[in-house]
Design a protein around this ligand. Structure first.
Ligand code: ZN
Length: 286
């Protein structure tokens, strides 16, 4: 639309300038030059307008991809139907989340985190709030480093312990050089207000949309973890479509706190997949 108007104005100006050039032979040259300059300016504007239209189109497309219409947490697109479009969600034998129950076996893994402070970037992707972190935050599983890619929230917690979920859970998603995924889970128990979550929520979009990159807030994800790192460990999958398996989960036993008001302010009232069958998998502990 803008383009059509601009073309119309440009055409009109060229016609006017030609006519004026004809009528006014003395002053014509100067005036014509001015009109040509204006016309060039309009052409530049037209190019800029086309470029911004293209950008808007791309953003729209990206947004569409982020808000995938093919799955949800309830109704016809709920977890029981994920397998229709994403077969592994229906047929996989090592799916997450699980209800964590004993007996447990002893793990040989030791874990530690070395997360760094960086600018907070946050997106509401239509399924959760997801925080993107600056490169350089790492989790070690024995001697193997895994880079923290993002962390996100589920309400209530997807992992249960002896059948009981917590108010929420944070999943810290890590990837090593071979692309293997490790998720560190921190349960959030209802209680005192959580200061770090306060600053995350303050920047969180309430509806789905593009990444908010300029929050002018910095964050160290390490502040969301308890000092005590006892954990449950099991082999599982992404808890959202496409439910890809081969993901190792470490769920910390000690929860962090979150206030009732903060839970209520999370834009998703329920974004947790139900517990999946163990199918003979062992749950380990340190
Ligand atoms: Zn998750």
């Amino acid at each position: 639309m803008i383009q059509i108007i601009l073309i119309a104005i440009a055409t009109l100006l060229i016609v006017v300038s030609t006519t004026l050039g004809f009528v006014n032979t003395i002053k014509g040259n100067a005036l014509e030059k001015k009109l040509i300059a204006i016309s060039t300016g309009i052409n530049e504007l037209k190019e800029k307008s086309a470029a911004s239209e293209e950008l808007a189109k791309n953003l729209g497309g990206e947004q569409k991809k982020q808000v995938d219409p093919h799955w949800a947490y309830d109704g016809d697109l709920g977890p029981a139907h994920w397998g229709v479009d994403y077969p592994v969600c229906g047929t996989g034998q090592s799916q997450s989340p699980i209800d964590i129950r004993g007996p447990f076996e002893k793990t040989l893994h030791m874990i530690s985190t070395a997360y760094t402070t960086g600018p907070l970037q946050i997106i509401n992707n239509g399924h959760t709030l997801q925080v993107k972190v600056a490169p350089g935050s790492k989790m070690m599983v024995n001697a193997e480093p895994y880079e923290l890619v993002q962390f996100h929230f589920h309400r209530p917690s997807e992992e249960k312990i002896d059948g009981t979920p917590q108010a929420m859970v944070i999943h810290f998603v890590h990837k090593n050089e071979e692309g293997k995924l490790v998720v560190l889970g921190v349960l959030l128990k209802e209680g005192m207000e959580n200061q770090i979550i306060k600053s995350i929520w303050a920047n969180a979009p309430q509806i789905a949309g593009p990444m908010v990159a300029d929050t002018k807030t910095t964050i160290n994800p390490n502040d969301l973890l308890p000092t005590e790192k006892s954990f449950f460990e099991f082999s599982g999958s992404l808890t959202t479509p496409p439910c890809t398996e081969g993901v190792t989960f470490f769920i910390l036993k000690k929860p962090m706190h979150i206030s009732k008001e903060q839970v209520a302010a999370f834009p998703f009232s329920m974004n947790a997949r139900p517990s999946q069958p163990l199918n003979g998998r062992k749950v380990l502990t340190n």
